[in-house]
Design a protein around this ligand. Structure first.
Ligand SMILES: *[C@@H]1O[C@H](CO)[C@@H](O)[C@H](O)[C@H]1NC(C)=O
Length: 208
């Protein structure tokens, strides 16, 4: 698998939250609305810390298509957009142009499946957020105009990911749609930074 396979990936944005959480499984498009259940994060964290010692992962660092863009000293901005209008949900490292609406929807549909498959396989708790959650609730679909997906994990999980799983890839294969990709987990080194500075990333990690 070469990194070209990430192109034209659209980003899955991982955000941090502190709220008590709902889990949902979205892989099957005809699932019932989610059960809301309380999760004991402390307990699960211990469990996950062991599991997070990498099952199915290979390092992808050496395969980067190009070096990450240079950041100004002291400026806490890690992810770089392509600098093209309306391309804010593409990653500057892999952007080669806009994809069609159809391709975008297909890409996003598989992206969320891959994310859920991967987190499930690793015993990681995650949940949908924002427009992604609304789309699933209303129609079991990604909102047709959406250009990204929003998911969240707890701060403790994100810490574990940053320490144990950064820059690992996950191979996803959906034969019925002849769709195969390698996905890369890229965690912002400034993920603990909560400043609301426009120069900072609001995003803590990408799955792309
Ligand atoms: C993840 O790996 C990239 C590439 O090596 C690095 O630039 C980044 O700082 C790492 N993130 C964390 C949270 O360590």
């Amino acid at each position: 698998m070469h990194l070209q396979n990430y192109i034209p990936s659209i980003l899955l944005v991982i955000l941090v939250t502190y709220t008590t959480i709902t889990t949902c499984a979205v892989v099957n498009p005809v699932v019932e609305p989610p059960m809301i259940k309380e999760i004991n994060f402390e307990k699960n964290l211990e469990k996950n810390a062991k599991r997070l010692k990498l099952k199915n992962h290979k390092l992808a660092i050496g395969e980067m298509a190009m070096e990450p863009p240079v950041r100004k000293q002291g400026e806490p901005k890690y992810f770089q957009e392509p600098g093209v209008a309306a391309a804010g949900h593409y990653d500057g490292r892999y952007y080669i142009g806009f994809v069609t609406d159809e391709e975008r929807q297909r890409t996003l549909t598989h992206l969320v499946r891959a994310w859920l498959q991967w987190t499930q396989s690793q015993g990681i708790e995650t949940w949908l957020a924002h427009g992604t959650l609304l789309g699933w609730w209303w129609n079991n679909r990604i909102l047709p105009w959406d250009t990204d997906l929003d998911v969240q994990v707890s701060e403790a999980t994100l810490k574990s990911m940053a320490e144990n799983m950064n820059m690992t890839t996950w191979t996803y294969n959906f034969e019925e749609d002849n769709f195969q990709r390698d996905y890369l987990l890229d965690i912002n080194p400034y993920w603990t930074n909560r400043l609301r500075d426009p120069r900072c990333d609001k995003t803590r990690g990408y799955f792309l």
